[in-house]
Design a protein around this ligand. Structure first.
Ligand code: CA
Ligand code: CA
Ligand code: CA
Ligand code: CA
Ligand code: ZN
Length: 620
């Protein structure tokens, strides 16, 4: 800002307007009475304005015939008058020079600009949700705005793009921030939810972005508006869709719809564990994410990947799909999942680790949404809806190897009593307790057996009711242990019981060979995660010991692989392209082995059918 030296001295730095009269230095010389020099008076109505507003300049002169404006204004002026400064955003000095026969005189005035005291800008941020039709597909005729809860909000200067304030929307989507008055700003809604120290627990950090593009995280910039003396300013983030059922603009609300589903997914956990510290989670969504490719990946940077491909499969408006994946994150980070993943369906005969993990994902989605009906929109113009109920599944092939059995058992443990065989209403607390304690540390693989066994121990009065409900799923409930030792049920089409049972075959160190049978009879899709593609062994190590483990398939051309697991951690493995023979030093404890027949089509070896596999564990 410009100020002249006189003003600076006079006001010691305070912005002010001054009327200043200067006597011109013309004239002199002749012996006649000289014409008097012009004098000029220039004043501002106020010495300082709030940014973006104006004040009035008034001037007069004597002994002048014309005046010229300079500085913050320009052009000729009458010898007296008044006019507006126009809106000012920074201090401005106005000078007026007037001429007459006696010479010239000038005056200046500076009008200061203040940003005013901080004022409140507040409002509600909503995102557009495309709901489901009651029949098939999404309902583009009834797109509605819903509150964007818990998201990061920045108030940004329109002039400088500087972030003036950062805040978070509350559970109603409302934000409030304190910014300078009379400033042109806009609201930037960021596709993240963060609650972090020094705010006390709970903590979380979830963001939605497209790691494939330079844009890490999505954000929506609303229109520019003035903060004035404080104002209410709502933001409505649009969907980018209309009745044409094809995208007509930026699909801006999608990341916020995804975040809102995750907001809902956190609530059951916070209900039973209010001080939860959720590990940071990224969600990868973009309009270029191909349909049919929805998954969770764990590790140190857990990530949910969601589809965005219009006319094939969009997932942003599928809460149960999103929360199913969040369920995998919950199981991975707060419990334990030994699931090997892979494609799966509600009537599949699955590896029991996969069946439990997928069943948990759906049951958790139902708990979070308080709705047992799972929906997934897909297809041309998002015109179809895959739909099923975790409460009343129509899956035919029930059992310990079926995700539908797992999800309906978990849901029925949670939901009110009253169905046939469902006299249980535990709520989420006992389920969470088992998941985060016994299931997290079980010596067995994470299956229905490990979960139900410990749930019964935690809710002793409920044991008869749990047994009745479990038995109705064609699972042996009475006397169940974490290994399913008493299990007698096999799928209807099983050629031989030994293709499937026992769930875990005991093996002893130095106890001679043990033979198991693997088969792809239950794996028509060659997914490698079906029942009996892997078979399980279990053994105990009384004291730290070095052992030699061998595994050989009876039939030629097979590729058996061995994973030795202690409390969910692979501690030794043999994964050569042939039979296995390796040594390992094992601390004392209970162990399980995943004997995986990689000779089946899932490993790319076109060897199918059934094979006996012989395993030995000998002292080394
Ligand atoms: Ca979908
Ligand atoms: Ca039910
Ligand atoms: Ca129930
Ligand atoms: Ca091998
Ligand atoms: Zn899943």
């Amino acid at each position: 800002m410009r100020r002249n030296a006189t003003l600076r001295n006079a006001t010691d730095g305070v912005l002010a307007a001054f009327a200043l009269t200067l006597v011109g230095c013309g004239g002199g010389g002749g012996g006649d009475t000289p014409a008097p020099a012009p004098s000029v008076t220039l004043t501002a109505a106020v010495s300082s304005v709030t940014s973006g507003t104006a004040t009035t300049l008034t001037w007069s002169s004597s002994n002048a015939t014309s005046c010229t404006a300079s500085g913050a204004w320009s052009g000729t002026r009458a010898t007296a008058g008044s006019e507006s400064t126009g809106a000012l955003t920074s201090a401005a000095t106005f000078t007026l020079t007037c001429n007459g026969s006696g010479g010239s005189g000038a005056a200046s005035v500076t009008v200061g600009v203040t940003t005013g005291g901080p004022v409140a800008v507040r409002g509600v941020i909503t995102y557009a949700r495309v709901p489901y039709l009651s029949g098939n597909g999404l309902d583009y005729a009834n797109i509605r705005q819903e509150p964007a809860r818990g998201i990061t909000v920045e108030i940004v200067s329109a002039a400088t793009q500087a972030v003036l304030a950062t805040t978070t929307t509350d559970a109603t989507g409302a934000y409030s921030a304190s910014v300078a008055a009379s400033t042109n700003i806009f609201v930037r809604s960021k596709a993240e939810m963060v609650r972090a120290a020094p705010t006390p627990l709970p903590h979380w950090r979830v963001r939605v972005g497209d790691p494939d593009a330079a844009l890490l995280m999505y954000a929506w910039d609303g229109p520019v508006f003035g903060s004035g003396t404080g104002t209410v300013h709502d933001v409505a983030i649009p969907s980018g869709w209309d009745l044409s059922r094809v995208p007509t603009g930026t699909r801006a609300s999608a990341p916020f719809a995804i975040l809102d589903s995750i907001w809902r997914a956190m609530q059951p956990v916070l209900g039973v564990a209010p001080d939860t510290d959720f590990p940071a989670l990224d969600v990868d969504w973009s309009t270029a994410n191909p349909g049919g490719d929805t998954f969770y990946s764990g590790g140190s940077q857990p990530k949910i990947v969601l589809c965005g491909e219009a006319n094939v499969d969009t997932d942003e408006f599928d809460p149960s799909t999103i929360i199913h994946e969040f369920g995998h994150y919950i199981e991975d980070k707060f419990s334990r999942s030994d699931s090997i993943g892979g494609a799966h369906g509600f009537d599949d005969l699955l590896d029991p680790r996969v069946a439990f993990g997928e069943g948990f994902g759906y049951a958790f989605a139902a708990v979070a949404l308080d709705d047992p009906v799972m929906r997934d929109a897909f297809g041309n113009q998002q015109g179809q809806t895959a739909r099923f109920s975790v409460d009343t599944s129509t899956a035919q092939r029930r059992g310990w190897f079926n995700e539908s059995s797992a999800q309906e058992l978990l849901w029925d443990f949670f939901d009110p009593a009253g169905e046939t065989n469902d006299n249980i209403a535990l709520g989420f607390g006992p389920l969470w307790a088992v998941l985060t304690a016994e299931q997290r540390t079980t010596a067995a693989f994470t299956t229905l057996f490990s979960f139900v066994t410990k749930l019964k121990e935690r809710t002793p009065g409920m044991e008869p009711a749990i047994d009745a409900r479990v038995a109705a799923e064609q699972i042996t409930a009475a006397g169940m242990d974490i290994y399913g030792t008493n299990e007698t049920h096999v799928p209807p089409s099983t050629a031989q019981v030994s293709d499937v049972l026992p769930v875990y075959t005991p093996i002893a160190i130095g106890g001679g060979p043990v033979t198991l049978r693997t088969t792809d009879a239950f794996d028509p899709g060659a997914n490698g995660n079906a029942l009996s593609v892997s078979r399980f062994l279990r053994f105990a190590v009384p004291a730290t010991q070095s052992v030699r483990i061998t595994a050989a398939a009876t039939l030629p051309g097979r590729d058996v692989d061995i994973y030795v697991v202690r409390n969910g951690v692979i501690v030794a493995q043999g994964t050569t392209p042939a039979d296995e023979d390796f040594t390992a030093t094992l601390p004392a404890g209970d162990y399980v082995i995943d004997v995986h027949d990689c000779g089946l089509a899932d490993c790319g070896n076109a060897v199918t059918g059934t094979s006996d596999i012989t395993v030995t564990i000998a002292p080394n």
